[in-house]
Design a binder for this molecule. Structure first.
Ligand code: NDP
Ligand code: 8X3
Length: 254
């Protein structure tokens, strides 16, 4: 039986991914700061699935919490075959001279430093075992910048660079490293970005059909289930109505 660790699984892409994999018979370790949110969706699953889920309240910004959490993983879940570095967020959308330094620091600490802490500690064991797979959740924001995206763009460009660098370091140890880069996905992402402003968040997806978290979970599942001689290195996945980071066709435009 295989084991996956998904960071950021209290909502959105991480939650859908955790559920997809547990339904496919995997053991699933879920990390997120909001333990109760993870508990709530876990409790709705059949008991047979619940037994294969291990929840941990972990803030990936804290190197100590990441280290301690790994030490507390029970024997049954200890061999991690797949790490999905999904925890991440955008905070704010404003020109560089109006950005909030606190928001910048949290994005850098989560999307970049958090991903690094988790990757270092999990990949150590994968290197010893000479097997494993790491899928980083990048973004179209890591492929092209857009006005007011600045620091979020920078963190996702960093994920893009790290994915390539990690592949160069780890492929010799039979570890596959890939990146999935979504465009607009309707999750809690925009609500978080706009500091809880639901109305502003709804505007992002107005008159268009965004991707759903399940679309990304399906892709993660596909990438992780290719034969071991295959590495799907980098995938950009967009809603049909999104042509680039800044070009979206709204229904009312037609
Ligand atoms: P959500 O806001 O729904 O989910 C984000 C998840 O990340 C939550 O489970 C949150 O859990 C977790 N998270 C945030 N900060 C931390 C932290 N410090 N430690 C641990 N977990 C953390 O958004 P999405 O599902 O959309 O986002 C998932 C990933 O997808 C992110 O990396 C995002 O950048 C990326 N992405 C999203 C797109 C979109 O349009 N939605 C498009 C492209 C990429 P908690 O708050 O409980 O800690
Ligand atoms: C999330 C997608 O376009 O809002 O990474 O930056 S976008």
């Amino acid at each position: 039986m295989k084991t996956i660790l998904v960071t950021g699984s209290s909502s959105g892409i991480g939650k859908s991914t955790a559920i997809k994999f547990v339904k496919a018979g995997w053991n699933v370790i879920c990390w997120g700061r909001r333990f109760k949110k993870m508990e709530a969706w876990k409790n709705k699953l059949p008991e047979i699935d619940q037994k294969r889920i291990f929840l941990q309240g972990v803030d990936v910004m804290s190197e100590n919490q990441v280290t301690e959490a790994i030490q507390l993983i029970p024997e049954k879940f200890k061999v991690i075959d797949l790490l999905v570095n999904n925890a991440g967020l955008a905070l704010g959308k404003s020109p560089i001279h109006k950005g909030l330094i606190k928001d910048w620091e949290q994005m850098i600490d989560t999307n970049l430093k958090g991903l690094l802490y988790v990757t270092k500690m999990i990949s150590l064991d994968m290197v010893d075992r000479k097997s494993g797979q790491i899928i980083n959740i990048g973004s179209i924001a890591g492929k092209e910048t857009y006005p007011d995206g600045n620091v979020y763009n920078a963190t996702k460009f960093a994920v893009d660079a790290l994915t390539r660098a990690m592949r160069q370091d780890l492929s010799q140890h039979q570890i596959r490293v890939s990146q999935i880069c979504p465009g607009m996905v309707e999750t809690e992402f925009s609500e978080v970005r706009f500091h809880g402003d639901k109305k502003k968040a709804q505007q992002v997806y107005k008159n268009m059909s965004p991707l759903k978290a399940n679309d990304i979970a399906d892709l993660i599942f596909y990438v992780s289930n290719t034969p071991t001689h295959v590495n799907v290195a980098d995938v950009l996945i967009l809603p049909a109505q999104q042509a680039s980071a800044s070009i979206v066709t709204r229904d009312s435009n037609n």
